[in-house]
Every structure is written in structure tokens, then in C-alpha cells.
Design a protein around this ligand. Sequence first.
Ligand code: PMP
Length: 354
Amino acid sequence: MNEWIKNIRKVVPYTAGEQPNRPNMIKLNTNECPYSPAPGVEKVIKEMDVEKFRLYPNMEGRPLIDKIARYYGVDTDMVFAGVGSDDVIANAFLTFFNSDKPIFFPDITYSFYPVWADLYGVKYETKKLDKDFRMVKEDYYEPNGGIIFPNPNAPTSVYESLETIRDILEHNKDSIVIVDEAYIDFGGESALPLLAEYENLLIVQTFSKSRSMAGMRIGFAIGNEVLIKAMNDVKYSINSYTLNMTSIAAGCAAVEDKEYFETTCQKIIDTREKSKKIMSDMGFEFPDSKANFIFATHKDYDITKLYQFLRTKDIYVRHWDSPKIKDYLRITIGTDAQMEVLFEAIKEFMKISK
Ligand code: PMP
């Protein structure tokens, strides 16, 4: 074997949900928002001054980080922006998880966490969720090199209360605790108020879900300025200019339209609540979702077959082959009309599977 082949770093990459793009398909597999970004986003993109593209963008992502800071009532030096929250979390792994002790995260969670841990050589230990997919907070009292979990969790959709998060923080004053709030805008309460008490807390959010901008790739972290400075130092050691000018401008326009944002989130929440009722009438079981997706199983039907049947109808939902969750589907909340098509297809499947 050639020497150079031996030297290639071997990684098992994260597998993202498929991105097919056919005109009439129903895409409920990657938790995107079914509604357009705020109207101001289209306006700034159309009015973009292309001449400015000669120059590099602002390194910190200003003025976007200023707007995010103002929106959430924190100082600008408490905000870090990146190319989607994946970029922000990858940076946080590299910056903060640097101990001989293992980091902790739940056994059923965002499957990118073990990928970053392996890539950066970070030891990790997963902590079992209980039978209702809840975190067992006492498991996180053991010595560790850091903690990360999404709230609400993905793919389970389960939201943990701020009391649970506070309890985990109280028992982990010597570790960085990262709360990945990718889905927080769909009815959960953000851990942001806890920042005043815990300097080791980092909160990560994204524009990909509640702000309808997965394609723009904008994510951010809010935390103590010491943490943010450390993240910037690491970023400037890899790539100083991460967010491009277009994303910065589009992101600013999205943050400026609070009313559109709140209305969009409420529409998703309303459709989710209606969908819960319909799905439970159909005999599905699922944890009570506070996210923009429902994680559902059914005692009487083969979930893998349902998943494949839906694909034949050009309806994409997410299914994992992994043993603990193979009997579940993660269904992103679409528009009311899309959900209706989905439910009709499920009814058809149930009829022919009898
Ligand atoms: N965290 C969680 C829990 C997610 O489900 C996702 C979406 N795949 C992300 C982070 C990353 O999202 P993005 O990079 O689009 O901000």
C-alpha cells in the first residue's frame, strides 16, 4: 500500500438526511421550515451590492452578531456566529472538549456528536435516556470533560425543563455545558436566562429551522465572553472568514422581522398540535413534541415498511436503522396541506397492510 494512503485520516462521516428535490414531493425528512424566510430577506438579496464581493466579509459576522445580541438582550461579545450550528458546535467541540475525562451526551441524540468527538479525538460516554426518552440528570453528576445535549432533543422531540438544566449545571461547575437549542423556538423555554448565573454554559441556536434559512447556513452561540473569545481564537486558527456577506445580510433581515418569525413558529406549533391529535387517533404513539417534528411509532404496523411505502408516494420522512429507534419515524411538521397528504398516504398504507 502507498505510504500516502496510510496517512489519510480515516473518519466515519455523519449521514445527513437525503436532499431530493422534485417538484411535487413532500419533504418532511430534515426538519426544514415549510414557509419562506421573512420578506425582508428576499429584498436584501435582490438589492445585494455585488461590487462589495471584491472584499472579505467582516470576520466576526458583524452586523449580524450585533443584531442577534440586541434581539436576545446580551452583549455582542457574548455572541459567536458560524456556518450553520453544525459549524458552531464543531468549533465548540474543538475549543472546549479538551480533557482526559470523557464528555457526556445522551445515547439517543443528534448523531453528529460522536462524529465530531471521533474526529477531534475527544473521549465520550453516552448516557441512557429513560423509557420515556427523558434524560436521567443524576447520570450527569459523574466527573466529565464536558456535556452536550439538544433541548428539545433530536430525534426524540423531548423537551427538558430549565430545572433539569439548572440541576445539571449546578453539578457541573467545572465543565462546559452546551445546550443545543436548534428546536427551542417551537414552544420550549430557552436556557438563556441561566447565562447570568453560569459562566460555563454555552447555548447554540440556528437559523435553519424556525427562521426558514437552512440554505443560508447561519448558526450562533451565546455564552460568557471568555468562552466566545476562545471560540473565535480557534476559528481564526482555521478560517477567519466563515460567514459570507450574503448570509450576513440575509441573517440581519431575518432577525429584524420579529413578527414574521413569531407568526411562522406559531403556525408550525398549531400544525404540530393538530397532527398529534390526528396521529394519536390513528394509533401512533410518540413523546409529546416541543420541536418541529414528531417521533412516532405504531404497535400494529411495520415502521420500516411504512417508511418505504411513503417514499413510493414521494413523501420523505426520516428513519434510522439503529436498534433503539428502528421502530420510529421522525416526521417534520410541514404545512397543513402537506400533513393532510401524509395522513392520507398513511391511511392507505394501513388499509393495504391489514
Ligand atoms: N443540532 C441539532 C440537534 C440538529 O438537529 C441540527 C440539524 N441537523 C443541527 C444542530 C444543525 O443544524 P444547522 O447546521 O443547519 O444549523
